[in-house]
Structures are given as C-alpha cells and as structure tokens.
Design a protein around this ligand. Sequence first.
Ligand SMILES: [Zn+2]
Length: 258
Amino acid sequence: MIGCIGLFMSSWQEQKAERNRLALARLTRTLPQIFPASVLRRALGRPFVPPTPRLAIDSYWRAHPLRADRLARALAAKSGAPPGWNWQLASDSERDSGLPTTFRTPPAPYRERAHARGPGFCCICGQPAYRFGWHADLWQSGPNKNAAWHSACVVAWQFWNAPGGEARLLRRLQARRCGQTGGRLWRDAEVDHRVPLFQVWRECRGVPWPRLLGFWGLPNLQVINRIAHAAKCAAEARQRAAETTTRMAPNLRSGEVV
Ligand SMILES: [Zn+2]
C-alpha cells in the first residue's frame, strides 16, 4: 500500500515538474523585455508557474488584495469624479444604466454608461489600462484598446464587494485581536464595516469620489467576533429605527393637526 502511494506521489511530482517546465518555457517565450520584477519573482516562485505574462500579473494582484485596494483608490484619485457626477442608485427603469442597484455596491462613476471612458480605460478608476492590464505604460505602447479593467482594479473590486474573502489576511493584520473589543479573535469572527454602509449612503453621500471608496476599502474594515458583530448590528438597527421615528414624528404631528 505504502509502495502504491509512493508510486502515485512520484508520478504526480513528475507531472507537476513537467507542467512547470512547459509553463516556464511558454512564459519565457512570451515575456517582454520589460516586465515588473516583483511580478516575475512571484511567478517563478509559484508551485504552479503561470504560463503567460497576463496570468503572472493576475496571480500577483490576487496575492496582494490590500495593495490592489490602495492602488485602485490612488488611481481613482488621479481621475477624480466626472463633472456633475453624484452617487445615485438605479431606479427600476434604469437597470441598464450601469448605476448600482444597492448602496452596498461601491460607487464607480466610470462603470456608468453616461461617464464611461471607452476602450483602453479602466471602468473602476477611470485611468488608462496598458498591456497585460497593467496600470503604467512600461512598454511605451499606449493604452490597450482591448482592456476595460486594470488587473489590480479587478482584485480591488472583488475585495470591496466581498471583503469576507480576505478574512484571514485581515485577522493577521489585526494580530488576531477583535477590532471591537480588543479580545482574542475566535474562529467564527466576521469582517465588518466600521461605518456601516447604510450610514455611508445616508450621511456621507456628499463625500467626494473617490474618497468615498475608502468606506469599502481597508480603512473601514475590521474583523470582529460574531457576538460583538451581532451586538453592533443590533445597536445600528436601533439607531436606524430611532432616526426613522424622529424623522416621521413631525409628519405625524402635522397629520394630527390636519
Ligand atoms: Zn483601474
């Protein structure tokens, strides 16, 4: 039995080595003379070497979501918001406008049909996208007309929309301490927006884009224990209910008078 497993392992290792040899040959063949050194270093150190420069770049950003988050927001700051833009949600008749349908989706003006910059520009940050979805024109070849996203912005967008997928990374960043209580983080800890997104929509709509994006990025994220999370959500719900009652009270009073 042990002999069978040993045979299987060695065959698997041989297959892996062969696959890596072919991938490396293909990557070397297609690699341009100029290529980001940090990306190449990582690609060559992978258990499975990415076979193309594009895949090497994607793999690099997937491994560095926080770097991608920072970069995407910095690129967006270069673009600024389009003139006259403000954060709006799509009504039922505007489903194909590119407007977000919920305040949980980060505002992205350049994804909206009215403000899209067209081929060669990233729809998240609004900056030109170059070869391999890179954000700088290392090759002096101008914007890549086939690109509509930076590779980094794809990863940032995924992180902003589903930060729970990077819980392990965020836990490590907090030295495994609960962001709410300071106590030890348990296995069931959850990723939370310090300022809840409903509050961002309600109270921070005037914050200029792309500073708004910070509410979806690392500056507004924390990992907290499930019990602390439930208590925080309950307190937020109570606050929402109290605010709704306060807002409705004058109407009710005026209704009584009428
Ligand atoms: Zn971008």
